[in-house]
Structure formats: structure tokens, C-alpha cells
Design a protein around this ligand. Structure first.
Ligand code: SAM
Length: 315
């Protein structure tokens, strides 16, 4: 196994060769100093590096004088590429997967290849490192004991508003059942959409919603804007143009739950889970049961009752 055992081997330059398998390697989100020693060793000694964008990764490899062959593995070819990489790993190769920045698989390709590798009985090794979501969270000042990462919201305004409505529904279901502590919400957002997204959030949760805009983390112009959504909107609107990479965090919004809204929101919350996580209704009910502390069968009966009453109203 590829494990650092500092107690028995204090000379960290003497290492056994990498074991065959898939290495999920985190790379810097801006500051090249954030690459880990282990990431460099894996990238240097693996047989092949599968990258989201070979040009982007070559810049990183050149900087660290690494000459391992690269192959593209992005959202449009991940499925086909997986077969080829799995065959190589079955033959004993060590393959590293990297994305353009941060941890592969987090709003980046990777999950499909990992699943395929596991299904093929191969080992998958995480090589941890920076991720924008976690870096932003820990410096945000918002609660960290429970958080919910939503990745990117839809680009089109209508779809974005429905996604936010569904999130609000899910929060109301959680709040009304009171089983779990409220979670800080984390989103990735493009600079040209941040104002519209914040406006949608303000409309949904009010002026006092506490937000943090974490921009250009680990880079020269790193910036955190913290405050009410109204204040942060004012600060951003005053800029000539919002630039850079942005992670957006929300303090747990006030859900305003009532007993009746819970029933109304249940179907929306179920639909949201199914579409965002691409899971079956059964699995979505299981997750909802975990979130709310209610039993799966109780939720299922309620969903059936709500559907029956919606159908009879439609007649
Ligand atoms: N896999 C990456 C990770 O682990 O963080 C995320 C990849 S996702 C395609 C890229 C998005 O992450 C950006 O559009 C931005 O929202 C966020 N992001 C990446 N780097 C960032 C940075 N330095 N500061 C703030 N947000 C960042």
C-alpha cells in the first residue's frame, strides 16, 4: 500500500514504488505552493496523468519539472476514456487523475472514473489538497459543523430560481422537523452571474441573509466580502466589473417553517434531490428520511397522500 510511515521510515525520500490503481490528486486553486509533496511524488512516478485539460495541467507539470505522459479526461469523454484507463490499470499501471484546479470530482469530472475503477475491483487512492469550497468555508466565519455544498446553480435565471426554491423547500422540511442543525450553504458561481444570483437569494430569504463572497482564494487579490446580502450586493455593484473565481456561502437561511408548509414542500424537496443528485425516488426518500429524522415509510405515505390530493384537485 502507498502509505507514508514516518515512524519506521524517517527518510521520506525512500519510498516503495506506487501501487497500481487510480490516484485522485488535488492541485492548487491558485497558489502553486499549495501542491503537496505527496501529490508531486505521485504525479512524478505514476504511469499516466488523466487531466481535464492537458494544456492547463502541462503548465503545472512544467513548473514542477514533471514529465509523465498526459491524457485528456473531461466531461465529454470521461466514459470512453474510463474504459481505456481501467484496462491500463488492470494491466498494472498507476493512473493519476487531476482537474484544472482543486480536487477532481468536486464540480469537476472524476466521479464516473472512480465508480468504474471500483466496479473493476481496482484501488482508488485520494491524494488530498486544496478545494475552493472547504478553503472558503473555514475562513468564512460561518458555522462549519454542518454544511451543504450545492456546486454550480443553473445558468439560466428561471432554472436558477427554481433550484433556489427547491433548496428553500428542503430547508423548510428540515427546519420543521427540527432533527438536524441548520447547514451553511456553499455554491460555486461565475463572476458575471454573482449579482443576479445574490438578488435571487435576497428576494427569497430577505435583506438580512448573511452571505460571504470568497473571491480569488489563495491568489494575489484574495478577497472576502462578509455581511448581509443587501450590503454585499451594494459593494459588488459599486465595482466596475466583478472578476475572478468566486465561492459563495450563505449563513443557514431562516426557513420560516410551518406544519402546513412541510407537506407542501415535501414534493419539491423530493424532486430537487432526485434532479440534483440524479438518484431514484427511493434513494431520495432515504436521504430525506436521514435529513429529517422521519421514517422512510412515513415520508412515502405522505408523498402518496399529497399526490392523490393534487390529482383529485386537478380533476
Ligand atoms: N474541483 C474544484 C475544487 O475542488 O475546488 C472546483 C472546480 S469548479 C469547475 C471551479 C469553481 O470553483 C470556480 O468557478 C469557482 O466558483 C470555484 N473556485 C475555484 N478556484 C477558486 C478560487 N481560487 N477562489 C474562489 N473560488 C474558486
Amino acid at each position: 500500500m502507498d502509505r507514508a510511515d514516518f515512524s519506521s521510515n524517517p527518510d521520506t525520500t525512500v519510498r516503495p514504488p506506487l501501487a497500481p490503481g487510480l490516484y485522485i490528486v488535488a492541485t492548487p486553486i491558485g497558489n502553486l505552493e499549495d501542491i503537496t509533496l505527496r501529490a508531486l511524488r505521485v504525479l512524478r512516478s505514476c504511469d499516466r496523468i488523466a487531466c481535464e485539460d492537458t494544456r492547463q495541467t502541462r503548465k503545472l507539470l512544467t513548473h514542477f519539472d514533471i514529465h509523465t505522459p498526459v491524457a485528456s479526461c473531461h466531461e465529454h469523454n470521461e466514459r470512453e476514456r474510463a474504459d481505456e484507463l481501467i484496462a491500463a490499470m488492470r494491466g498494472g499501471q498507476r493512473v493519476a487523475l487531476v482537474s484544472d484546479a482543486g480536487i477532481p470530482g468536486i464540480s469537476d469530472p472524476g466521479a464516473l472514473l472512480v465508480r468504474a475503477a471500483l466496479n473493476a475491483g481496482l484501488r482508488v487512492y485520494p491524494i488530498p489538497g486544496p478545494s475552493a469550497a472547504i478553503s472558503a468555508l473555514v475562513a468564512s466565519g460561518l458555522p462549519t459543523h454542518r454544511f451543504c455544498f450545492h456546486g454550480f446553480l443553473p445558468e439560466k435565471s428561471g432554472a436558477r430560481r427554481s433550484a433556489l426554491d427547491s433548496i428553500a423547500s428542503l430547508l423548510r422540511v428540515e427546519a420543521a422537523t427540527g432533527q438536524s442543525a441548520p447547514a451553511t450553504l456553499i455554491f460555486y458561481e461565475a463572476p458575471h452571474r454573482i449579482l443576479d444570483t445574490l438578488l435571487d437569494m435576497q428576494n427569497l430569504w430577505g435583506d438580512t441573509l448573511e452571505v460571504v463572497v470568497a473571491r480569488e482564494l489563495t491568489k494575489m487579490h484574495e478577497e472576502f466580502l462578509r455581511g448581509s446580502v443587501a450590503t454585499v450586493l451594494q459593494q459588488l455593484a459599486a465595482q466596475e466589473r466583478v472578476r475572478g473565481e468566486i465561492t459563495l456561502l450563505l449563513s443557514p437561511p431562516q426557513a420560516g417553517a410551518t406544519a402546513s408548509s412541510v407537506s407542501d414542500d415535501l414534493l419539491a424537496a423530493l424532486a430537487h434531490l432526485q434532479s440534483t443528485e440524479n438518484i431514484t425516488e427511493k434513494d431520495a426518500l432515504k436521504q430525506l428520511a436521514r435529513h429529517t429524522g422521519r421514517s422512510k415509510s412515513e415520508l412515502y405515505r405522505e408523498v402518496q397522500r399529497l399526490r392523490a390530493s393534487t390529482a383529485s384537485r386537478a380533476k
